[in-house]
Design a protein around this ligand. Sequence first.
Ligand SMILES: [Zn+2]
Length: 245
Amino acid sequence: MLTEESRIMVIGAHASDYCSRCGGTLALYGKKNGKAKILLVSHGERGESPSLWKERPGITEEEIRKIRWEEALGAAEILGAEIVALDFGDNPLLFDRERLLILTREIRLFGPDTVLTHWTTDPYNPDHETVGKAVLNACHYATVPGVEPEVSCLPAHPRVFFFEPDVLATPLSKFDPDVYIDVTEVWEIKMEALRQFETQRYLVDYHTMYGEYRGFHARSLGNLPDCQYAEPFRRCQPYAGRYLV
Ligand SMILES: [Zn+2]
């Protein structure tokens, strides 16, 4: 149930991951006045900025980080979400103890009830796998009182939903969604946000196709007959309740 008290945190490995994979869901939170925060673990300056490396010979990683940050910031504003960059570097993106504790503190300080992040099997993108696994670890540590005791720990493990890895890599990633969110009403907002990522101009076409493909799935499930665009997720934890949903 989405309410004004809902707090969603999206943790993505690179600059545009949050927008391409769950920008519509974030926009829905913005429209309904839920609180949304994005964590960029890196800017994707090495591995997800090939057009800048090709078109601007001599460009530095620092210059690319600035460009990618401006893009990510612009898109986050359109979606109505706060955004913070951890700037851990990418390709390879690695977590040691200190970085894991930084991530744990960020989760505690925001206090999300819901966390969206990468599916933990993504052979074509090891940074995504690394972040997905680190987020699961950090969500656990965020509930352990003796870890970083100067920051209040969470009362319960947040609900974690994995967003879709590269659709074309599904035979390898085995991503099998069990949640579809109808984002038709905010689709143009998502597209406007995606257009901010000038470095990855292909994202708009790719994710229009993927959104339509998952929208078709959502319609075929029976209770979303008007759904044109959907974003798929996989629940990490099983549902427990008094009713079948
Ligand atoms: Zn990425």
